[in-house]
Design a protein. Structure first.
Length: 222
């Protein structure tokens, strides 16, 4: 049986193919970005999906696609292409919907990248295979997938307050939450393998977003 991660390969390829021209075409990039005002007032709901396929710089593109390749390949080998695709796209769109709520009064706010979708896959993979580890360049030793996912949360919390780069660190957290939730939909027995991890991550992320939705000034941005 062929267990090659075709969905992961295809998604990386199409994202790179669309992101590279957008980096050289401000008009194309503008049409595909998440822009709060365009979604709320012009009804351009496709902008909840299109940002998954464009990135704002080469490093952002490389980091997201490299991380997705590592964790997406492992997840797809365990769950299959259909479940992996559902986790990636549903979590990415859901994370952007949460972002729309958080940025509802910032009409010019714009964002690009597959941060929410990629983080969903990272968390889902770590949840399904908590004993696994990955080599992440340039770290010379394997990093436990579970530790990488938890560390990602703390890095995102720190980056949210300091970042004004168009990379949505809020989406990282939302994506992680939806990634775990959707994993439980496909394999509910997985919670038996990592109950404390699942409960802790989900509760922590929910708490963070409740606080941020109520007190957006905590991000350092009104």
């Amino acid at each position: 049986m062929d267990n090659s991660p075709y969905f992961t390969w295809f998604t990386v390829a199409i994202t790179v193919i669309l992101s590279l021209p957008a980096l050289f075409s401000p008009a194309l990039l503008e049409r595909m970005l998440f822009i709060t005002g365009k979604i709320r007032f012009d009804g351009q709901w496709y902008r909840l999906v299109s940002p998954l396929f464009v990135h704002l710089d080469y490093f952002h593109l490389f980091f997201n696609m490299y991380s997705f390749f590592l964790f997406g390949s492992a997840l797809e080998s365990r769950l299959g292409a259909g479940a992996s695709a559902a986790i990636y796209f549903a979590s990415g769109v859901a994370a952007n919907a949460v972002l729309l709520l958080l940025k509802r009064n910032e009409y010019e706010y714009r964002m690009g990248g597959a941060s929410g979708a990629v983080t969903a896959v990272i968390f889902a993979s770590a949840f399904v295979m908590p004993e696994s580890s990955v080599l992440v360049f340039p770290v010379p030793v394997p990093i436990p997938a579970l530790g990488y996912a938890v560390l990602f949360v703390f890095i995102s919390l720190f980056a949210m307050r300091r970042s004004a780069d168009g990379v949505c660190h809020e989406a990282h957290l939302a994506g992680g939450f939806f990634g775990i939730v959707l994993t439980l939909v496909f394999i509910p027995r997985a919670i038996l393998a990592s109950p404390l991890y699942a409960a802790g991550i989900v509760a922590g992320i929910v708490l963070v977003f409740i606080v941020l939705a109520k007190y957006p000034a905590l991000l350092g941005r009104a």
